[in-house]
Ligand binder design. Structure first.
Ligand SMILES: [Zn+2]
Length: 206
């Protein structure tokens, strides 16, 4: 089966340096989601037993079928666009609310992922990627609520993310080096302060 193969990145209210962190996080996300590791994790999960899944979580609509759930991730069919584009659509808007402990949020059926500068600015591609992967799963339709938040797909993704990168010695989790080591091809165009780029697979050499 065809797997997810690119990330469409659009950032708002970010410096070039912050945008670079998002792009590196995007590459990590692509690597993570198209991996056999992720395939196995989804297929080994009993979604009917996750107590943190909301009543309107898309896993219920799919009757907890792991292959259908996996397929949703691979086609990149976000709720707000419904297109099978095999692409992770990542529209990240940075906002500042220093008194708030909210790291990020989405509005259901809308494309934007909002990230709080309080956490985002000091984040690494590793931590930003973990949050973005969590939020992206929300845009696919996975929801959590109640007392067992960790028992929901978005939070499982954070756990899997830790596990996936733990034993990989990678350029990405070395925040000081990642900029210079990667070789990339970008498709770039600018609209005011919003930047759009597409991260394709197999575009870096290690
Ligand atoms: Zn969440």
């Amino acid at each position: 089966m065809k797997r997810i193969n690119s990330v469409n990145v659009e950032v708002t209210n970010m410096t070039v340096e912050q945008e670079t962190k998002v792009l590196d996080a995007s590459e990590m996300m692509l690597d993570f989601f198209k991996s056999d590791f992720f395939y196995d994790k989804i297929h080994d999960t009993d979604f009917s037993k996750l107590r943190g899944a909301s009543i309107n979580c898309i896993s219920r609509k799919f009757h907890f079928h792991t292959s259908v759930i996996y397929n949703l991730f691979m086609t990149g069919q976000e709720e707000w666009n419904g297109v099978l584009d095999y692409e992770i659509d990542l529209k990240i808007t940075r906002y500042s609310r220093f008194w708030s402990k909210v790291k990020g949020y989405i509005i259901p059926m809308k494309p934007e992922i909002f990230v709080n500068s309080r956490y985002f600015d000091s984040g690494t591609p590793f931590s930003i990627g973990s949050n973005a992967a969590h939020e992206w799963s929300h845009t696919l339709g996975f929801r959590h609520s109640g007392d067992y938040l960790r028992e929901s797909l978005p939070y499982l993704i954070n756990d899997w993310w830790e596990e996936y990168w733990k034993y990989r010695t990678t350029i990405f989790i070395e925040p000081n080096n990642y900029k210079t080591v990667c070789k990339r091809i970008w498709w770039t165009f600018w609209i005011k302060k919003v930047c759009k780029r597409v991260v394709k697979e197999n575009i870096y050499e290690i």
